[in-house]
Design a binder for this molecule. Structure first.
Ligand code: ACO
Length: 402
C-alpha cells in the first residue's frame, strides 16, 4: 500500500530489472549477438569467418580499433605488443607474497591492479596516447602475468619472454617451458589455443565487460577496470564455468559415468546441481562458439590424450540433455565453456587455471569497451537506482533500551 514514489525516493520513472535482462546500459558498435538465431559477430564479421581465417592478435586489433588491420598496421601492432611483454623486476617479486596454493584468478587480478602502480604514465583515461600505451602494455603483459601465476603455483622459476615469438607461442613457452631447455612448440596446439582466445575475445555486455564499464565510468584507470573485470570473471556462473564443468564431469565419472541419474538431479533442481556449461542469458539457441569449440575438442583431445573418458561423458550428457523436454523447453544449449575445459586439460593446464585462459582471451574485448566508453559523449558514471524495501521512518532507540 506504500506510495511507489516513496519506495523509489523519486517522482521519475524507474524500472526494476534484476540481472538487467531487458536493460541496455550503453550503445556499442563492437559486438552483435542474436541469441535466438545463434549469431555472433565482431565489428560485423561472423565469428565463424574470424575463427577460420584470422588470428587472435588480428581479432584483438579489430575489436580495439574497429577495422581489420592492413599488413603494415598488423606488423606495427604485433611489434609494439611483443616489445612490452617484460615485467618490471619489482613486479616479478610481487608474486612471492602469495601462498603457492592460491587460486590464480585473484593473483592475476591483484597483479593487474598493481600495473597501475608501476606504469603511472598511462593512467589518464582522457589522454589518448596514454591509453594507447596502456592498451599495448596490457595485451603484452597479461600473458606474462598469467604464465607467472602458473609458475608460482608449481614452484618453478619464471622465464623471460622471448620476443621473437608470437603472443600465444610466448605464453605457452612461459607457462610450460623450463630454463636451459628448448621448449618445443606444437603448431596445432598454438592454433587451437589462438582459436579459443578468438572465441572468447568479446561478448558484448556480459558480467565482466559490464564491470569494466561500470568501474571505468568513474574514470578509474584501464588497469584498475580490467582488474575488476578479472574478479567478475572468476565466478562459476561466468568465467569459472569452464572449471565447474570439469568438476561436474569428474563427479559423474566417479559415480560410474551415470549421465541419466545426474540429469535427473538437475531436473529435480537439487540444491547446487546445475548442468554446468549449459544455458546462457542471451543464447536461446546453440551457442555458435560451442560448435567451433567442439571441433577443436575432437582434434586436440584425440591427438594429445588419445581420447578422454570425460569427453565421452560430455558428449553423452549433451545428447541426453538436447533430447530432454526440461532443457528443450527452457532453451538450454551448450555454451562456449562446455568443451573448453576438456581441451585445456588435454593441453596440460590444471583445472584451476582455466578461467585465467578465459581472461587472456577476453582482454581485447574489455579494452575495446573501456575505450569506446571513454570516447562516448553519452557516458555518465554508472549509478543504478533501487526499490527501497526497508523500514519506514522510525526514531532512534538508545542502546540500553533495545
Ligand atoms: N542447468 C539446469 N537448469 C538451468 C541451467 C542449467 N545450466 N541454466 C538455467 N536453468 C534453468 C533455470 O533453473 C530456470 O528454470 P525455471 O524456469 O524452472 O526456474 C531456467 O532454466 C532459466 O534460467 P535462468 O537462471 O533464469 O537463466 P539466466 O539467464 O539467469 O542464467 C546462466 C544464465 C547463469 C548462464 C545459467 O544458464 C547457468 O547458471 N548456467 C550454468 C553456468 C554456466 O555454464 N555459465 C557460463 C555462462 S557462459 C559464459 O560465461 C561464457
Amino acid at each position: 500500500g506504500a506510495d511507489i514514489r516513496q519506495l523509489l525516493g523519486t517522482t521519475g520513472l524507474v524500472t526494476l530489472d534484476p540481472g538487467f535482462g531487458n536493460t541496455a546500459a550503453c550503445s556499442s558498435a563492437i559486438t552483435y549477438i542474436d541469441g535466438d538465431a545463434g549469431i555472433l559477430r565482431y565489428r560485423g564479421y561472423p565469428i565463424e569467418q574470424l575463427a577460420d581465417k584470422a588470428n587472435f592478435l588480428e581479432v584483438s586489433y579489430l575489436l580495439i580499433y574497429g577495422e581489420l588491420p592492413t599488413a603494415t598496421e598488423y606488423a606495427d601492432f604485433a611489434e609494439r605488443v611483443s616489445r612490452h611483454t617484460m615485467l618490471d623486476e619489482d613486479l616479478r617479486q610481487f608474486f612471492s607474497g602469495f601462498p603457492r596454493n592460491a587460486h590464480p584468478m585473484p593473483v592475476l587480478s591483484s597483479a593487474v591492479s598493481a600495473l597501475s602502480t608501476f606504469y603511472q604514465d598511462t593512467l589518464n583515461p582522457r589522454d589518448d596516447e596514454a591509453q594507447e600505451l596502456a592498451t599495448v602494455r596490457l595485451m603484452a603483459k597479461l600473458p606474462t602475468l598469467a604464465a607467472y601465476t602458473y609458475k608460482k603455483s608449481i614452484g618453478q622459476p619464471f622465464l623471460y619472454p622471448d620476443n621473437s615469438l608470437g603472443l600465444v607461442e610466448n605464453f605457452l613457452r612461459l607457462t610450460f617451458g623450463v630454463p636451459a631447455e628448448e621448449y618445443g612448440l606444437d603448431p596445432e596446439i598454438v592454433r587451437a589455443l589462438d582459436l579459443l582466445f578468438i572465441l572468447h575475445a568479446d561478448h558484448e555486455q556480459n558480467c565482466s565487460t559490464s564491470t569494466v564499464r561500470l568501474v571505468g565510468s568513474s574514470e578509474a584507470n584501464l588497469f584498475s577496470s580490467i582488474s575488476s573485470a578479472i574478479n567478475a570473471l572468476s565466478g562459476p556462473l561466468h568465467g569459472g564455468a569452464n572449471a565447474a564443468v570439469m568438476d561436474m564431469l569428474e563427479e559423474i565419472k566417479a559415480s560410474g559415468g551415470d549421465v541419466d541419474s545426474f540429469v535427473r538431479r538437475v531436473k529435480n533442481k537439487e540444491a547446487g546441481v546445475k548442468l554446468m556449461g549449459f544455458g546462457h542469458r542471451v543464447y536461446k539457441n546453440y551457442d555458435p562458439r560451442a560448435r567451433l569449440v567442439k571441433n577443436v575438442a575432437d582434434t586436440i583431445i584425440g591427438k594429445l590424450a588419445g581420447g578422454d573418458e570425460l569427453l565421452d561423458i560430455a558428449t553423452a550428457l549433451e545428447e541426453r540433455a538436447l533430447s530432454d523436454d526440461y532443457f528443450v523447453e527452457r532453451k538450454l544449449y551448450p555454451n562456449v565453456d562446455f568443451y573448453t575445459g576438456l581441451i585445456y586439460r588435454a593441453m596440460g593446464f590444471p583445472t584451476h587455471f582455466f578461467t585465467v585462459l578465459f581472461a587472456l582471451g577476453r582482454l581485447p574485448g574489455w579494452i575495446a569497451h573501456y575505450r569506446e566508453m571513454v570516447h562516448d559523449p553519452a557516458t555518465k558514471i554508472g549509478r543504478p537506482r533501487q526499490i527501497y524495501t526497508g523500514a519506514a521512518e522510525r526514531s532512534f532507540v538508545p542502546m540500553e533500551q533495545r
